[in-house]
Design a protein around this ligand. Sequence first.
Ligand code: AR6
Length: 317
Amino acid sequence: MKTIKFYKTGDKYGCFSNFSSHPIVINNVEWKTSEHYFQAMKFLDPKLQNRVREINSPMEAAKFGRDRALPLRPDWEQVKDDVMRTAIIAKVTQNQEVFDILFYTDDAILIEHTINDAYWADGGDGRGKNMLGIILMEIRDKIKSALTKVGVIKGDITTLRIDAIVNAANKSLTGGGGVDGAIHKAAGQELKMYCAKYKGCKTGEARVSSGYNLSAKYIIHAVGPVWYEGEKNEDRKLYMAYSNSMVLAQEVKAKEIAFPNISTGAFRFPFDRATAIQRYAIVSFLMLNDNIDKVQIVCFSEKDLQRVSTKYNKNNR
Ligand code: AR6
């Protein structure tokens, strides 16, 4: 069995270290690193938690949290594993880089390797508990279980009998070419009249309509970004188009939904890059929300089917 050891942030798997600079937001509060959040949670006093939040480096945050002249919450030993789980799940689902690296570790055993810690790490001689490695592997299992809900098929999205299909729309929401044109044509004139009421939609956002003449109950109109060489925050906007669509699907209680490969046609987003963002957005949403049972990625060509399947099947990449 392959093992992966990590500790220093600059190393290949350094993103798994709690010192790596991947920010997280928990209950609307932003933390510079998972270490900051973990150390702050040692205190019940919000003022002390805030002091940790304002510290710059994770090393300084750790020093502050370890200062036993300050009052440690009495149940710390009971809650510390769950505090770490909360931090790490946020880190993995909020940072695509960490998500992708964890995804591609396949079945390798993850070990935090250092003599400095025998609880979170292996103690240097392998006799430590490696709790951080164990938590990362638990979260990787959540990725795998979310992946079982994602299907990749070839077809025409307008023909699907499903709760909701997603449209790759433009900001006007009143139709266009590509999959948008096909959906409007198949759904009928009423769709256009209904969508006009929205008076447009910003890039990265989505709106819902009924399916009209389609077999799908709902259409979620998502506006992906036009690709401008990555200079206009396109990655984030594409991520938002997917995640906002998932939120809307959940709101209308859709159990099964289908996506086209948003922005990869007329909007020219590089295909593999778009698929990695799609995978991250959909799988991380499914990890955190139980209401959607199935997400189908509908590819229009054999070539796209191959490329997308490869991205979701980690052994065939
Ligand atoms: N079913 C599934 N996928 C399809 C279908 C279909 N019937 N038709 C095309 N695709 P695009 P975009 C695939 O250009 O890049 C429109 O004019 C296609 O192969 O439809 O987000 C809108 O009005 C590609 O992989 O959407 C906007 O102005 C993917 O769907 C603009 O294009 C998306 O290609 C949006 O551009």
